[in-house]
Design a protein around this ligand. Structure first.
Ligand SMILES: Cc1cc2nc3c(=O)[nH]c(=O)nc-3n(C[C@H](O)[C@H](O)[C@H](O)COP(=O)(O)OP(=O)(O)OC[C@H]3O[C@@H](n4cnc5c(N)ncnc54)[C@H](O)[C@@H]3O)c2cc1C
Length: 488
């Protein structure tokens, strides 16, 4: 007999699990289906040769007051014990200068002035910080955004403040516009810095990123940055435990293959079974969702659906190593700007995250650590990597030169590219990181949570506001809230 649930959720990424746990809290019977053998998607971990490697995400923000992850954990009554980072990130410029991305705004402005010159760094960063504070404050207040019906509009209007109107203009200003206004566009070193920093969360460069998203990306390190002992899978597992505690189920190795909607009910066919549900929440990218359930809705997304040419995948290297006698770096997160584009891929920086020195749980041996290295692969359907090992060697040589470890300290390495992402997450073209910010797409034109105008909803990093753990968590909060307001 076909099993029935109140809501079937596709995937167990941070977007899906956020929506699933909030709907389970509402008393709905939830089934989350995950095609992989492990949950979490791009926020997961896997054990290999005595080391626990992060699947994708390594940095964590969103736990401060008014931020989405804080809201989620408080709503569910979950307590985590992440380590707050003293120095969130260090950026290694092409010329070898190391920039300390201090959390404290004054300390950061002084550092920016030291490295990039005093001209207008203060007003630029002060404004960026104000905008990013505004964005975080507003995000949890405007959960009807982007509005798609009169009720949404009414809720947005009711919660609107003068400050929101004042800051809304930054949706029309790009980061490039603001740099021009502050006379910083001619500071080539600063422009390069800004571009690579933007790429981490906004997935695009200064001419395409609006100031609302741009300021939030640039001030990422000016908010509480955290490390989860054991890896970010320990953010995922408590959500799964919560769903199960509320009577819901999470099925691994069960991929959704087709969705139909008949007589007010969704029929969800997987590789193992068929289920029916009153509601559907898809936490997989819009591209994948429309492959399972189009019914002509694809047309409505014509302007929003992005193809490989606009998207990125990631080349990753996981490294397990013996701790060398001298560890020169204060931070666990490093963006290293490359002297020349990375061979075969063409990216201009790599991102390196180390396991925390106070977290022995990710290595079998106490004298070892893990490094997760990633870089963007543009246009993943087209970019061909001929010699993976050559890229790995380039990255290892660079990290040895920067003193992260010595050649003799390396115990284990492995690398993956877009094909691995496609297998691990099922995501079209193996693209990751969400839809990049584009100048032509204003925040209210981004993909919204209602999929078919019936009882199917969307969340994850291709749905507003997407991008990164905070964005996907917020997309899950919005999907659950829109579903609740529409039907419960
Ligand atoms: C290399 C890398 C580094 C990153 N670094 C950071 C970082 O430092 N900080 C940060 O905040 N963010 C980071 N991100 C981004 C962040 O990890 C993602 O945006 C976020 O985790 C995406 O979550 P999601 O819920 O949208 O989707 P996903 O994580 O993609 O989850 C979707 C899930 O659905 C499953 N699925 C797919 N198809 C089906 C199907 N048909 N049936 C059933 N299940 C299915 C997948 O297996 C997957 O588990 C990084 C991403 C990558 C790839």
């Amino acid at each position: 007999m076909t099993k029935s649930y109140d809501v079937v959720v596709i995937g167990t990424g941070m977007g899906s699990l956020t929506a699933a746990s909030l709907l389970a809290k509402e008393g709905l019977q939830v089934l989350a289906l995950e095609q992989n053998y492990l949950p979490g998607g791009c926020t997961s971990a896997y054990w290999r040769k005595g080391f626990v490697f992060e699947s994708g995400a390594t940095t964590l923000v969103g736990l401060d007051e008014t931020m989405p992850l804080r809201h989620l954990l408080d709503t569910l009554g979950l307590t985590l014990a992440p380590i707050r980072l003293g120095l969130p990130m260090q950026v290694h410029l092409k010329d070898g200068t190391v920039v300390n991305r201090y959390e404290d705004l004054e300390a950061w402005i002084a550092e920016a002035e030291r490295v990039f010159g005093v001209h207008n760094q203060r007003p630029f960063w002060t404004l960026c910080y104000q905008i990013s504070q505004f964005v975080w404050e507003t995000s949890m207040k405007q959960t009807a955004f982007p509005p798609r019906n009169l009720r949404d509009l009414w809720l947005c209007a009711r919660r609107a403040t003068l400050k929101q109107f004042r800051f809304a203009r930054y949706a029309f200003t790009t980061v490039e516009d603001l740099l021009r206004r502050f006379g910083l566009l001619s500071n080539a070193r600063f422009v390069e810095f800004v571009n690579e920093q933007l790429l981490i969360t906004a997935q695009n460069y200064l001419a395409e990123v609006n100031m609302l998203f741009g300021a939030t990306a640039l001030c990422y390190t000016n908010f509480g940055n955290y490390y989860m002992p054991g890896g970010l899978i320990n953010l995922v597992n408590p959500l799964i435990a919560y769903i199960e505690e509320k009577g819901g189920q999470v099925h691994l190795r069960e991929g959704v293959q087709q969705i139909d909607y008949q007589q007010n009910t969704y029929q969800i066919r997987t590789n193992k079974d068929t289920y029916t549900a009153r509601f559907l929440v898809s936490g997989i990218p819009l591209n994948n969702t429309l492959e399972l359930y189009d019914k002509g809705y694809g047309k409505a997304y014509k302007r929003q659906l992005m193809d490989s040419s606009l998207l990125n995948s990631a080349f990753q290297v996981g490294i397990g190593f013996d701790i060398p006698p001298n560890q020169p770096w204060e931070s666990i997160h490093h963006q290293i700007h490359l002297p020349a584009p990375l061979p075969q891929i063409g990216s201009h920086s790599i991102f390196v995250s180390l396991s925390h020195p106070d977290d022995p749980s990710r290595c079998d041996q106490p004298n070892q650590r893990v490094a997760s290295v990633s870089t963007h692969i543009p246009h993943p359907a087209q970019t061909v990597i001929h010699d993976k090992q050559a890229i790995v060697q380039y990255i290892l040589d660079l990290l040895i030169e920067k003193g992260f470890f010595r050649a003799e300290d390396i115990v284990y390495t492995h690398a993956s590219a877009q094909q691995s992402w496609q297998k691990w997450t099922g995501r079209a073209f193996g693209f990751v990181g969400g839809y990049p910010q584009l100048k032509r797409v204003k925040p209210w034109q981004m993909v919204e949570a209602r999929l078919d105008g019936k009882k199917a909803y969307l969340c994850g990093d291709t749905t507003y506001p997407g991008q990164g753990i905070p964005g996907t968590v917020l997309s899950g909060i919005i999907a659950a809230e829109k579903l609740r307001r529409d039907w419960l």
